[in-house]
Write a protein that binds this ligand. Structure first.
Ligand SMILES: [Ca+2]
Ligand SMILES: [Ca+2]
Ligand SMILES: [Ca+2]
Ligand SMILES: [Ca+2]
Length: 220
């Protein structure tokens, strides 16, 4: 009886030691950014938006992502329509080059460098000197800021679902919380729930390395 107990205790502590000795996989970069220094704050700052985008059942699935994509697509249409609505000064449903120039007099220098005429021509798909809403919506998007960590909001949420540990098509709040805790503990080596200076430095180095690799990929 006692021998059995000792054996079980030794077995359990060996199992625990080997689990600790195992090198945990580095968490995906989008869980490392904005990690801050405090575990509780890190977890709650991710769980709050999760409660919104995972829907009433508090579990993320493909339906939630489809809804997310729909919202994203609508926002992109709104962005594409924006130059038309801000440029059609007399609101007659037709934007001329003169209207466009006037509407964009005060824009930033960066945008001005792209060339007002060239940009107008980009909107004027049939080249008749008039831009309609339909043409604005069909125009190739203007260059925009590169995405942080190369992922749009929708892609981030989709990437989260891909992390589902039991692969049942749903990432529950508990599963997500466990992912967050393991991401934090990857850097919190002494497990005190806070990142020390050295632990912070390791996290910062990971982020820096990712950014450098990303820059290399973008500028070959
Ligand atoms: Ca007009
Ligand atoms: Ca036209
Ligand atoms: Ca799951
Ligand atoms: Ca720590």
């Amino acid at each position: 009886m006692r021998a059995g107990f000792v054996f079980a205790a030794v077995f359990l502590s060996v199992a625990a030691m080997s689990a600790r000795a195992e090198t945990p996989a580095a968490p995906p970069i989008f869980l490392v950014e904005d990690m801050g220094n405090a575990r509780d704050q890190y977890v709650s700052s991710h769980l709050e938006p999760f409660a919104v985008y995972s829907g009433a059942d508090r579990a993320l699935d493909e339906d939630d992502i489809a809804r997310f994509r729909q919202v994203d697509a609508a926002r992109q249409r709104a962005v594409a329509a924006m130059p038309f609505f801000t440029g059609d000064l007399d609101a007659d449903g037709r934007m001329t080059l003169d209207e466009y120039k006037l509407a964009n007099l005060y824009e930033s220098r960066d945008e001005a460098e792209l060339g007002m005429k060239a940009r107008f021509a980009n909107f004027d798909r049939n080249g008749d000197g008039i831009v309609t809403l339909d043409e604005a919506l069909k125009s190739p998007p203007l260059p925009r800021m590169p995405l942080a960590y190369g992922l749009s909001d929708t892609e981030r949420v989709a990437a989260l679902l891909a992390l589902d540990p039991n692969k049942d098509g749903k990432l529950t709040e508990d599963e997500f919380k466990a992912l967050l805790l393991s991401a934090f503990s990857f850097y919190d080596k002494n497990g005190d729930g806070a990142l020390s200076k050295a632990e912070k430095a390791e996290r910062a180095a990971t982020v820096r390395q990712f950014r450098e690799e990303q820059e290399k990929r973008e500028k070959p």
